[in-house]
Write a protein that binds this ligand. Structure first.
Ligand code: 8YV
Length: 275
């Protein structure tokens, strides 16, 4: 990098790779960063801010696909869809009955992180006649959903805890062993935000010993590493961080990365700025 550092004015990156303080410091001519993704946990915003470097990202355009994935996971793990698919492929249909699944309609949905994506998830829940409550650091202004000040209380109340909060230091390990136990043996966890929000070791333990009913996971603590203990469990659905990965949404995200850069070089404010 040292050889080419001078003259680099812009970085296009992604939420997966981010940009750290060391990289920013190594690029003396850097003027703008444009990231593909809504997550900011891998971007050192403070280091960028200190140099006055604007950081673009791609919120909003992925809300629907990420919310769809949350519901796909919720339906899948409850109705045992991929488990049944595996069984059919293995010839089990001819051999006998399948274990009954869990009804989704009319259940209680707890959302951790009622932001743009959380609201899109809540909207989908109304189609399933679900009651929605949420936990944020503060109540969301004007929200029609009931705010629960304690995450533990929300976990005790809900049938599904869907994690839609931001990642990073502030939410690390928020869904602890205690919260998982509050969800209890009939409750499910769905995570489409960041693996770091859950204590992954505690989650593996809770799933292994059926202290929660199941989980639908698109994200993990150390991607692409997925704890091997989960591979043998039928009460968990595992996805490789694909919530935003549709042709349409990825095209919109790529366009926003370009638009943010174009706006900057035209001397205008970024279309969506992280700070
Ligand atoms: C992408 C994401 O998979 O937007 C995010 O923060 O995690 C996902 O949409 C990621 O940006 C690709 O690097």
């Amino acid at each position: 990098m040292q050889t080419h550092a001078k003259g680099v004015e812009a970085i296009a990156t992604s939420a997966r790779f981010g940009v750290d303080a060391k990289t920013i410091a190594a690029l003396p001519d850097l003027k703008v960063i444009s990231s593909f993704g809504v997550g900011l946990d891998t971007l050192d915003l403070e280091a960028a801010k200190q140099r006055g470097i604007p950081v673009g990202y791609t919120p909003d355009v992925l809300n629907d696909c990420v919310a769809d994935t949350a519901f796909a996971l919720l339906l899948d793990v409850s109705r045992r869809i991929t488990e049944a698919d595996r069984a059919v492929r293995q010839g089990a249909w001819k051999k006998g009955q399948f274990t009954a699944a869990t009804r989704v309609t009319g259940k209680r949905l707890g959302i951790l992180g009622l932001g743009r994506i959380g609201n899109a998830i809540a909207k989908r829940a109304s189609g399933f006649d679900m009651e929605v409550r949420y936990h944020n650091r503060k109540p969301a202004q004007g929200s029609p959903y009931t705010y629960v000040a304690s995450l533990k209380e929300l976990a005790q109340w809900c049938d599904y805890l869907v994690i839609a909060s931001a990642g990073g230091a502030e939410t690390k390990g928020l869904v602890s062993a205690e919260i998982l136990d509050a969800i209890g043996p009939k409750g499910y966890v769905i995570n489409i935000s960041r693996g770091t929000v859950i204590d992954e070791a505690a989650l593996v333990d809770a799933l292994t010993h059926q202290r929660i009913a199941g989980a639908g996971l698109d994200v993990f603590e150390r991607e692409p590493h997925v704890p091997e203990a989960l591979f043998a469990l039928d009460n968990v659905v595992l996805l490789p961080h694909i919530a935003s990965n549709t042709h349409e949404t990825r095209a919109d995200m790529a366009q926003r990365v370009e638009d943010n850069l174009a706006a900057f070089f035209a001397g205008k404010p970024l279309v969506s700025a992280a700070w």
